[in-house]
Design a protein around this ligand. Structure first.
Ligand code: UDP
Ligand code: UDP
Length: 462
């Protein structure tokens, strides 16, 4: 793509999907691109999402433009421009479909920008491929999934592996990866159904087709983490996958000498460190829905495990039982604010992460060399949990009461595995392995030398 002219500068458009989990890695990518002096970046978003992006990109030269988010979409309340603000995840499909109404304004806005070298837009924004073709520049799709989940999903779909078994927990061997066994329960409807159909299926098919017709796919991972799955994808000869992560390492970590006022929870972690306690960090990302009954078992499991924990709960989540916070206050803290997750994970006192296995959280945990206690909730998280447990062996998994990967977790099934991660043999092994991957991650991102750095360089220079 690089122009053959003497004009060496590159102008990159970044267009994240409107959710925190999809926006954060793209903002890291922006910073990575801007470490090259000849690259300029424009980030496209909507008005309500602008402040979050502007804050993250303050002190950079990135430009931000916003496109009006369609109003008057019947299912979506006024002012909701991010999936994190949706009252229910069931509105995800109409929300994502509605983004297409932005297309005319998006194209008008891009027409007047300085010449664009290429665009990286989220895989969810399928219609941006058409815009890029009209405006005459290549589009790379950013896919927020890892290569394992992506390759396994594709094999399962192409070979219709979920149409066979009667039981949701029957083990199915994945064609192409004979050592991997999955169950129907590792997938959500509509994919777990015999004949997938309906609005969500159609939306995802539009996205998949758009991604596969794009110039390339950018993945927040690094080759050394999932080589078999990157090779598989690139061998299949459909679309080139470029691993340019872990993107969170694109951000220069907050300097110790930064004179920022430490948030209360970081001060709390400092104290734990002084006392030599190991802390379990507990967080389920920006949008997982957890039932009140499940939340109650979770609280009891944490309380009974007797480990120190820092638990980040979304503001909207149901209230915890009266007296819980008071009872655990010597060793547990509950936070209901937006935190800097990386600052927590890299804190010396944090020795384990109870996580829903959102892909960003997995990458951030690996970078911080923190082993994971996997508790997948939705989307491709059950596959990420398999990667963590079975391929990388960097963590353990909560025990469900019926043994199914999607079952309810009673407090005992949590307590047992919290102890295993923090004090047991499997925890020890996982810690050793995650340390190794953490080193590989840093190497992959090394300027000039690392595999991810070089891959991004190839994209920039065409
Ligand atoms: N905002 C909004 N709709 C959206 C996204 C953001 O009204 O879809 C508003 C939000 O209420 C807040 C500001 O924009 O006043 C910044 O939102 P952000 O998501 O950054 O922070 P949060 O409110 O989640 O802490
Ligand atoms: N995150 C954060 N502070 C919070 C909650 C979440 O910084 O209070 C970040 C987290 O570090 C990660 C992203 O939000 O980068 C969540 O992405 P993930 O893929 O883990 O989960 P999702 O929210 O998409 O389910």
């Amino acid at each position: 793509m690089g122009s053959a002219s003497s004009d060496y500068s590159q102008h990159v458009i970044l267009f994240p999907f409107m959710s925190k989990g999809h926006t954060i890695p793209i903002l890291h990518l922006a910073k990575l691109l801007l470490r090259r002096p000849h690259v300029t970046v424009t980030v496209v978003t909507t008005r309500a999402n602008r402040s979050f992006i502007a804050k993250s990109l303050a002190n950079t030269t990135a430009s931000i433009i916003d496109i009006p988010f369609p109003q008057n979409v019947p299912e979506i309340g006024a002012g909701i421009e991010s999936t994190d603000k949706l009252p229910s995840m069931s509105l995800y499909v109409p929300f994502t479909r509605a983004t297409k109404l932005m297309q005319p304004d998006f194209e008008r806005a891009l027409e007047v920008l300085p010449r664009v070298s290429f665009m990286v837009s989220d895989g969810f924004l399928w219609w941006t491929l058409e815009s890029a073709a009209k405006l005459g520049f290549p589009r790379f799709a950013f896919y927020g999934m890892g290569n394992y989940a992506q390759s396994v999903s594709r094999c399962v779909g192409e070979n219709r592996l979920l149409a066979g078994p009667e039981s949701d927990d029957e083990l199915i061997t994945v064609t192409g990866f004979p050592w991997i066994k999955i169950t129907k329960n590792d997938f959500s409807p509509p994919f777990s159904e015999r004949e997938p159909k309906g609005p969500e299926f159609e939306l995802i098919m539009d996205q998949v087709i758009s991604v596969s017709n794009s110039y390339g796919m950018i993945v927040n991972s690094f080759y050394e983490l999932e080589p078999a799955f990157v090779d598989y994808w690139n061998r299949a000869d459909k679309l080139k996958v470029s691993c340019v992560g872990p993107l969170c390492l694109g951000e220069v970590p907050r300097n110790e000498q930064d004179i920022h006022q430490k948030p209360a929870w970081i001060q709390w972690l400092d104290q734990k460190l002084e006392h030599g306690s190991s802390v379990l960090y507990v967080a389920f990302g920006s949008q997982a829905d957890i039932s009140p009954e499940q939340l109650k078992e979770m609280a009891k499991g944490l309380e009974e495990s007797k480990v120190s924990f820092l638990w980040v709960i979304r503001k909207e989540a149901s209230e915890l039982e009266d007296g819980f916070e008071e009872r655990v206050k010597e060793r547990g803290i509950v936070v209901r604010e937006w935190v800097d997750q990386r600052e927590i994970l890299t804190h010396q006192s944090v020795k384990g992460f109870l996580s829903h296995c959102g892909w960003n959280s997995v990458m951030e945990s690996i970078c911080a060399a923190v082993p994971i206690l996997a508790w997948p909730i939705m989307a491709e998280q059950p596959l990420n949990a398999r990667l963590i447990m079975e391929e990388l062996k960097i963590g353990v998994r909560v025990e469900t009461s019926n043994g199914s990967v999607r079952g309810f977790v009673k407090w005992k099934g949590l307590e047992k595995m919290v102890k295993e991660l923090m004090e047991g043999e499997m925890g020890k092994e996982s810690r050793k392995r995650v340390n190794e991957y953490s080193e590989m991650a840093k190497k992959a991102m090394e300027e000039e030398k690392g595999s991810s750095w070089r891959t991004l360089e190839t994209i920039i220079n065409g």
